[in-house]
Design a protein around this ligand. Structure first.
Ligand SMILES: [Zn+2]
Ligand SMILES: [Zn+2]
Length: 307
């Protein structure tokens, strides 16, 4: 087992030159039915590595030389050969190969997915109207059916619609948004694992119509996410217990039912340089106030009671 070299400070542990592929070359390599079939056969295998002969059988190609030709094209970039004795050795995924198969699976079971907007739990923070989920262009949006105010929008692969009822789709979307934003706020791009930056912004409006918000951007692939500042606080211990003590379990309800997660009406800019934000969370006359810095770290919490 080789460990990544983490000893040299500040240096990336991997040489990214020798093995890296031009995207056009990468697409050319897998733009072939046999090679996709090899990746899918690897995916479907009960155990990996898969020996050469078993892999060839699974793909259903008689001509061993031709099969080997295609397999070699994948080897190094998408697939790796693992040495072993007898039947122990064989072929195994590299990360990029697994990713290709995953994206084929995520997209292809349901190629042009649509569903009629359906009602979801909660009420609009702006007008108390009914909320609904809409799906368009592989993005799911929670929207007020009355005033059109957005309560969250994020990519949702078509594969996520399979085998789920409307209610389960909404639940999966809630989980997905929570996890992806959590990853982003921790500095890891949910798309490519690159370095993600976090920035407080208080001008213009994002896709959610929020002015004071958090923007995340990946330095590597350019992926962006935005949210109200409160979304970061969903699993902060003081926030969780303040709500639990008042009968509101935060992990048991969609984030969009909590107005401080979707609207900036509850966010106040206390200071700009350096950033200090305050998020208010009112329940039945009591209110929790959380102060955060520009990295979304919690600096202070205080409870104001109504009586
Ligand atoms: Zn509304
Ligand atoms: Zn990225």
């Amino acid at each position: 087992m080789s460990r990544p070299d983490v000893s040299s400070e500040g240096e990336p542990p991997l040489e990214s030159t020798a093995a890296s592929l031009d995207p056009a070359d990468a697409f050319a390599l897998i733009g072939n039915e046999t090679r996709l079939a090899i990746l899918e056969a690897l995916w479907a295998a009960d155990e990996r590595p898969v020996p050469f002969s078993a892999l060839r059988r699974e793909v259903g190609m008689r001509d061993s030389a031709q099969f080997n030709y295609h397999l070699q094209k994948l080897t190094g970039h998408f697939v790796t050969k693992v040495d072993g004795t007898g039947d122990d050795g064989g072929y195994e995924f590299k990360h990029a190969g697994e990713k290709v198969v995953r994206s084929v699976i995520a997209g292809s079971f349901n190629e042009h997915p649509t569903f009629e907007p359906f009602a979801v739990e909660g009420a609009c923070f702006a007008c108390s109207g009914d909320l609904e989920a809409r799906y368009d262009d592989e993005r799911l949006t929670i929207v007020c059916a009355d005033c059109g105010e957005a309560h969250g929008e994020y990519s949702f692969p078509p594969g996520g619609l399979n085998d789920r009822t409307a209610e389960e789709i909404a639940e999966a979307f809630d989980q997905r948004v929570r996890h992806l934003h959590c990853l982003a706020a921790d500095g890891v791009c949910p798309e490519c694992s690159g370095r993600m930056t976090t920035e407080i912004v208080d001008e213009g409006e994002c896709c959610l119509g929020v002015r004071v918000r958090v923007d995340h951007e990946c330095a590597q692939c350019g992926h962006t996410l935005c949210s109200a500042a409160g979304l970061r606080l969903l699993d902060h211990s003081a926030v969780v217990s303040f709500h639990r003590e008042r009968g509101v379990p935060l992990d048991d309800r969609p984030y969009w039912t909590l107005p401080w997660c979707v609207s900036d009406e509850y966010t106040r800019v206390l200071e700009r340089d350096p950033w200090r934000l305050e998020v208010r969370m009112p329940i039945d006359g009591d209110e929790l106030r959380v102060t955060m810095d520009g990295d979304l770290a919690v600096l202070e919490t205080s409870v104001q009671t109504g009586d």
